[in-house]
Design a protein around this ligand. Structure first.
Ligand code: CA
Length: 315
């Protein structure tokens, strides 16, 4: 079976991440899954945004000057939904205000807005009805520990919203993803979640959660994970090794170990405009991960390009 194509934050190679137009474009391109990252507002609404901060993808600093925390950042959690709805979303910028991906959509018009998790699921349902093609969703519980520390447990509402839209069983077109291993154990074992679960794997140095990722990548760690989750989402550099001497690429063994444990592997992130070390083209990158490593899914900002590649190799 060919790997599933997951539209990472929508078709965000072409339109600002996590906006509904980016999701509609990914849907029209034929992506198998549309990703949602979920964070909480001050009034405990769940919205679709990649980070707990909003200063890199919106005009929050212009509309609400001085509402930043001591670290200078503007937090989703410090704004009510109604306030966030007034913000304009744009292509991601770096700390100095320059675009992270200069070749992507840079128009700063006032078209793009923030939507709630429920609004996005409603949108997906309507797209399916008007177009006649079913599509999966791939929501992520963002920073559950951090949210609890800030006074909200986002997971129960996250699961309830999914259930409201009919997502609850293992065969439903949904993968629930999280970087926090403890949270995944909680939703599987204590909250009775039957949906497919994906353990995202970060680097310990990223301080994404208190999960220790190095231990998860061992055979023992993966075997243990397989009791709770259906698959893993490692970042690309952990799946291969680059031999500096001649530039040759080798499997790191991670994908093999995960498959041995019975886990699916959905690495992130396949980007045309940001190739990982050692790869000279997007197609060469895909060829290695699909043909050599036989991964089961691809998180990509460019779902059209991934699908074109998969169609080509299937003849
Ligand atoms: Ca994500």
């Amino acid at each position: 079976m060919r790997p599933v194509v997951i539209a990472h934050r929508g078709a965000c190679g072409y339109l600002p991440e996590h906006t509904l137009p980016a999701k509609a474009l990914a849907y029209a391109m034929g992506a198998d899954y549309l990703e949602q990252d979920v964070v909480a507002t001050r009034d405990d609404a769940l919205v679709v945004l990649h980070d707990i901060h909003i200063d890199r993808v919106t005009d929050v600093a212009i509309q609400y000057p001085g509402r930043n925390r001591a670290d200078g950042r503007y937090y989703v959690r410090d704004f009510d939904l109604e306030e966030l709805k007034r913000l304009h979303v744009h292509e991601r910028k770096g700390p100095d205000g320059s675009p992270i991906y200069p070749d992507r959509y840079q128009d700063t018009g006032e078209i793009f807005r923030i939507q709630t998790f429920a609004e996005e699921l409603e949108f997906v349902r309507s797209l399916e009805e008007s177009n006649g093609r079913r599509v999966g969703i791939y929501p992520e519980i963002k920073r559950p520990e951090w949210h609890r520390g800030d006074g909200v447990d986002i997971t129960p509402d996250f699961l309830k919203t999914l259930a409201d839209y009919g997502y609850q069983s293992h065969s439903d077109r949904v993968y629930v993803q999280c970087f926090d291993a403890q949270e995944l154990r909680r939703i599987r074992n204590e909250m009775g979640c039957r949906m497919k679960l994906i353990q995202l794997i970060a680097e310990d140095s990223w301080q994404e959660s208190s999960t220790r990722y190095a231990a998860l990548r061992t055979q023992e760690g993966l075997d243990r994970l397989a009791r709770t989750v259906d698959g893993i989402g490692p970042w690309l550099p952990r799946a291969y090794r680059l031999r500096k001497r001649d530039g040759k690429i080798f499997a790191s063994g991670l994908v093999q170990r995960a498959h041995k444990a019975g886990l699916a592997v959905h690495p992130y992130t396949f980007r045309v405009d940001e190739l990982p070390d050692g790869f000279t083209s997007f197609d060469a990158l895909l060829a290695f991960f699909v043909d050599e490593l036989a991964v089961d899914g691809l998180f990509t900002d460019f779902p059209d390009r991934a699908l074109q590649f998969l169609r080509r190799i299937s003849g």
